[in-house]
Design a protein around this ligand. Structure first.
Ligand SMILES: Cc1ncc(COP(=O)(O)O)c(C=O)c1O
Length: 320
């Protein structure tokens, strides 16, 4: 589902303006259905589903969920049936990820919130089992110890790509939600003996404490699965919750300004729910000299581009 490595691009114009060496790991560039971070998790999750001889995948997410769209795509590619339980926020119009889910032939079921969605997933699985089918439930965001493996491997890929250019990263910055991506990077760097590289999760939904808890718990569960002696405490995980901008999925002027700022300097297209908020954090932190002058900073472009074509609120802030 992915040809690796994904590109690593030096953002020359932003580097000059921000006084850091900024590299962008282009995990938005992948073959599978417009790509994104969830594909690396799904490589392992769909592999696990196939190993368990499952015939149907069930997952949940917000209306604009990239995880839901990519689960549908990965399931189809593997010849599996797929159910998506979708909840607000976002809009349920045939645009963006919803349109792609429809094209992929995913069965979309609506629920009012996370709790109801979890219940609905179980009910669907139970019904399928009664019909003699073998369903596989993927938790929201693909946040499971199996899914974490994708980004543990990506940590190695990132270090190797930069090493070829004679660069050692000081920081890796990314959008953190369910926590699996950051957990994979933290675990991978520890396994490689490179945990002097700091992984900075800019939260797009949980507060700092909850984010640290989610990430550390996934690191520890995945370490257990690998049978390696690694343990992290929540306080060791860097999660910054200053850029939530009104909460998960809320679009505001700063987010749209960030999208325009980056597009006009690097022709790099960010999405309003995840990558723009993470980049807004990176830019602000760089201006406050959080990273230190001329430090090597990697921003992971985790994807999400279809949301640009799904978020009508975006247009309200497009005056210039
Ligand atoms: C584009 C994008 N970036 C970042 C994230 C956050 O990743 P994680 O849930 O692994 O923290 C997501 C999750 O939905 C995403 O779709």
């Amino acid at each position: 589902m992915i040809s690796l490595p994904t590109p690593m691009e030096k953002a020359e114009n932003l580097s000059k303006e921000l006084g850091i060496n900024l590299f962008v790991k282009r995990d938005d560039v992948m073959e599978l259905a417009l790509g994104g971070n969830k594909v690396r998790k799904l490589e392992f999750l769909i592999g696990d589903a196939l190993a368990k001889k499952c015939d149907t995948v069930i997952t949940r997410g917000a209306f604009h969920s990239n995880h839901a769209r990519l689960t549908a795509a990965a399931a189809r590619k593997a010849g599996l049936d797929v159910y998506l339980v979708l909840t607000p926020p976002g809009t349920f119009d045939l645009q963006g990820n919803i349109l792609l889910n429809e094209l992929l032939g995913a069965k979309m079921i609506l629920a009012k919130d996370r709790e109801e969605a979890i219940k609905r997933m179980e009910e669907i699985a139970e019904k399928l089992r009664r019909e003699g089918r073998n369903p596989y439930i993927i938790p929201g965001g693909g946040a499971s110890p199996v899914g974490v493996m994708g980004y543990a491997l990506a940590a190695k890929e990132i270090l190797e790509q930069l090493q070829e250019q004679g660069v050692k990263p000081d920081y890796i910055v990314l959008a953190t939600g369910s926590g699996g991506t950051q957990a994979g990077l933290v675990l991978g760097l520890k396994l490689l003996g490179a945990d002097d590289v700091k992984v900075v999760g800019i939260s797009i939904s949980p507060d700092k404490k909850e984010g640290q808890k989610r990430v550390s718990s996934l690191v520890n569960q995945a370490a257990k699965l690998l049978d390696v002696n690694i343990h992290v405490e929540p306080e060791e995980i860097i999660v910054i919750d200053d850029y939530l901008g009104g909460g998960y999925g809320a679009i505001n002027k700063e987010v749209v300004e960030t999208i325009k700022y980056v597009a006009r300097r690097e022709a790099l297209i960010l999405d309003p729910v995840y990558t723009a908020k993470a980049m807004q954090g990176l830019i602000d932190l760089a201006r406050k000299n959080y990273f230190g002058k001329n430090s090597n900073v990697v921003f992971i472009h985790t994807g999400g581009t279809p949301i640009l074509f799904q978020a009508d609120e975006l247009k309200d802030y497009l005056s210039s």
